[in-house]
Design a protein around this ligand. Structure first.
Ligand SMILES: Nc1ncnc2c1ncn2[C@@H]1O[C@H](COP(=O)(O)OP(=O)(O)OP(=O)(O)O)[C@@H](O)[C@H]1O
Length: 275
């Protein structure tokens, strides 16, 4: 039986007087692919940042984040983790976070730095095995041909696929993707979501992805966590998020803005087909 590999208890966060997260609790099991949705400002990025220890919850409110049996933070205090443990999670951002002047290959190899001996990391000396892993990862995201190209010559969709390849060579058990398709055209967005779904299904890697367009959550994620004004509004099957529930989640937001009419109905990894 798979065990929870992300567990969040009683998470509360205020910035100054402003409460941003209120009593958040959930568990995600190994191998799940979960969407995190909610209106702008509902706390999605802040929640993700808590999971990797970039943001610390309020003190003395009993908040706790545990990832793969290791506490990340407890009661408002960061728990120090080893480099090796940190390497088990990959983070993919909306803005790609590639080094533009370096080659695609080197950007992928950067994913290995955390698990290399320090002297080799400092010298940037990658072994043939690491290069072979990077080539394999690039092939999996469909960019095998572009290994030698500079990263800043790629399209947004290609850059995001390089970021995924980097998480693959990092051998991340958990991939956090914070609005990975927000700045992509619909076709590139589908390609990126297809790849995330594939590495989830084929490798059993856990994926937690924040999304603005509900249509993608419906197509790619069996489970959705929705935040509304910092509170848990929904945690369960995406299929239970009816239009009426979504309308209430987004209040007066235009539903058309959340749906992407160009999302394909024939996606090979559409919701119904996804494991
Ligand atoms: N470091 C910070 N200091 C003060 N306020 C912050 C900080 N980080 C986030 N906030 C506030 O917390 C609230 C939640 O922000 P967050 O970025 O988590 O929302 P979000 O749901 O990810 O929004 P979006 O979809 O627009 O990215 C917002 O009101 C934001 O202004």
């Amino acid at each position: 039986m798979s065990i929870a590999n992300i567990a969040v208890e009683r998470l509360n966060k205020a910035f100054g007087q402003r409460t941003v997260l209120e009593d958040i609790a959930f568990e995600i099991r190994a191998g799940e692919m979960v969407a995190l949705i909610g209106p702008s400002g509902s706390g999605k990025s802040t929640l993700l940042r808590h999971l990797v220890g970039l943001t610390i919850a309020n003190r003395q409110t009993g908040g706790r984040v545990t990832v793969m049996q290791h506490d990340i933070q407890c009661d408002g205090r960061l728990i120090r983790r080893s480099r090796a443990e940190r390497c088990r999670t990959g983070y993919i951002f909306q803005q790609f976070n590639l080094v533009g002047r370096l080659s695609v290959m080197t950007n992928v190899l950067i994913g290995r730095l955390g698990s290399m001996p320090r002297w080799r990391a400092l010298l940037g000396r990658f072994s043939e095995e690491e290069r072979s892993q990077a080539r394999h990862a690039l092939a999996r995201v469909g960019l095998g041909e572009l290994a030698g190209q500079r990263a800043n010559t790629l399209s947004g969709g290609q850059m995001q696929r390089v970021a995924i390849a980097r998480a693959l060579v990092q051998d991340a058990d958990i991939i956090y993707a914070d609005e990975p398709i927000a700045s992509l055209d619909p076709r590139s967005a589908r390609e990126v979501m297809d790849i995330l779904k594939r590495i989830n299904a084929e490798d059993g890697r856990t994926v937690l992805v924040t999304l603005h367009q509900v249509e993608y959550a419906r197509r790619y994620c069996l489970r959705t966590i929705a935040l509304k004004q910092g509170r848990l509004y929904h945690d369960g099957p995406t299929a239970e998020l009816t239009d009426a529930r979504l309308q209430a989640l987004y209040d007066n937001a235009d539903l058309d803005e959340m749906h992407d009419a160009s999302a394909p109905n024939d996606s090979p990894v559409a919701l119904g087909a996804a494991g």
